[in-house]
Design a protein around this ligand. Structure first.
Ligand SMILES: C[S@@+](CC[C@H](N)C(=O)[O-])C[C@H]1O[C@@H](n2cnc3c(N)ncnc32)[C@H](O)[C@@H]1O
Length: 385
């Protein structure tokens, strides 16, 4: 059943006195080529949350739409399908409508007029606006147009009094998703249930002293999985870590930059600059056999290219033997049934930790800087406070 009205601006079926934003469709962004993995994940959440519908995807479009059979309540709009729980979704948006620009001379006018149907947006206001496109080759062609469009749109929204002067993270954001210059999807994201940056991409600067680009993966994981207060509490000067598969040292670099002491394990060569800090102890050893020098570290990080089944068992052993309090690690993805494989491995890990009475929090994401892998964090003990 096609639930969302295909509401073309010129012949929209919405009446002009609609006061509540009706949402029957969500729009999710993902890495190009991962649409079916995200769709499998959405089907899974749909079943567990008993919010039924169906997903719509085009391979390599870098987006997936999920159409619900029933309109979502306000609470479901803000809380269901939590972005934090979704592994393959970069962004989670509630769709207000599809708008075709019949008047290409005044696209902004069309948007403003379309949006004036939703009086609750007018009443509550918008904290920011992003004009977006897919993160793929086709999207790159639209990117220039999106950029040109943003400033005048912001001005028009401010003139109407709908958009705050400065970005306000506590309010919904407006997202216009353009597949070309002739039409757009109008959508909203909700505070605490979205990626806060444009396109759902964490933009990071590569530190020139870092020995490998992999450093950005751990940096992104830290930024995404922990608040700034948690980062400064749990990754402090004097804390300890083991880095399995450490060479040349991009992940170790992130930990050392925070003043931590690291045991770096790999058969390869470690970056000399990192070794000169005096904070790194290097051992040429097999990461699957290594034991921590003092029996326990605050963090175990692992970026070894190995079967995900082997890595998840290894991390579970460290945590259940209380050799590490928390861990950030990568699971390399199989070719098929990627969501199902990861979901099963994480469920298995979680149940093993619970068997050992280890209270824990787990989150996994297909990060912007990940390739065919996902990054997982498991926090326990003092790192849960
Ligand atoms: C993707 S690289 C790690 C990059 C590193 N995280 C960085 O940021 O520079 C994977 C590393 O895992 C190491 N590795 C693979 N299997 C290993 C094992 N069994 N024990 C130790 N290191 C291993 C490889 O030698 C390689 O250096």
């Amino acid at each position: 059943m096609q639930t969302y009205p295909q509401s073309n601006y010129a012949n929209s079926s919405k009446s002009s006195n609609v006061s509540e934003t009706e949402v029957k469709t969500m729009l999710f962004y993902c890495r190009e080529g991962y649409e079916s993995d995200l769709a499998a994940e959405l089907e899974h959440h749909s079943a567990t949350q008993q919010l039924y519908g169906y997903s719509q995807l085009v391979p390599n479009s870098a987006i997936v739409k999920y159409h619900f059979y029933k309109a979502l309540t306000k609470q479901q709009q803000t809380k269901s399908f939590p972005w934090q729980d979704l592994i393959f979704a970069r962004q989670r948006l509630c769709v207000l409508g599809d708008l075709e620009f019949t008047d290409t001379q005044d696209r902004i006018g069309s948007i403003i007029e379309y949006m004036s149907q939703f009086t609750d947006i007018e009443a509550n206001g918008l904290g920011d606006v992003f004009v977006e496109h897919a993160d793929n080759e086709k999207g790159k062609e639209v990117a220039k147009f999106c950029k040109k469009f943003t400033v005048p749109l912001r001005q028009a929204l401010r003139k109407k009094g709908w958009l705050t002067k400065k970005s306000h993270t506590g309010l919904p954001y407006l997202h216009l998703f353009l597949s070309d210059s002739s039409a757009c999807v109008i959508a909203m994201s909700h505070s605490k249930n979205r990626h806060s940056q444009r396109l759902g991409i964490t933009r990071l600067k590569f530190p020139p002293e870092a020995p490998s680009r992999s450093t950005l993966k751990l940096d992104e994981a830290i930024q995404l999985f922990m608040s700034s207060a948690q980062q400064s509490n749990y990754l402090q000067k004097g804390m300890t870590a083991v880095d399995l598969g450490a060479c040349p040292g991009g992940w170790t670099f992130q930990l050392v930059s925070r003043g931590m002491r690291v045991e770096a394990i790999d058969n390869g060569a470690m970056d000399e600059g990192l070794m000169a800090t005096g904070l790194v102890k290097y051992q040429a050893a097999d990461g699957f056999k290594y034991q921590p020098i003092d029996g326990h570290v605050d963090w175990l990080v692992c970026d070894m290219i190995e079967k995900p089944e082997k890595v998840s068992v290894l991390i579970t052993q460290w945590l259940t033997k209380r050799q590490a309090t928390s861990s950030i690690f990568n699971l390399k993805l199989p070719m098929k049934q990627r969501f199902q494989t990861v979901n099963e491995l994480l469920a298995e890990m979680s149940s093993k930790l619970s068997e050992h009475q280890i209270l824990h929090q787990m989150q996994a994401k297909h990060l912007y800087h990940d390739r065919d892998e996902v990054t997982v964090i498991v926090r326990s003990g003092a790192h849960l406070i």
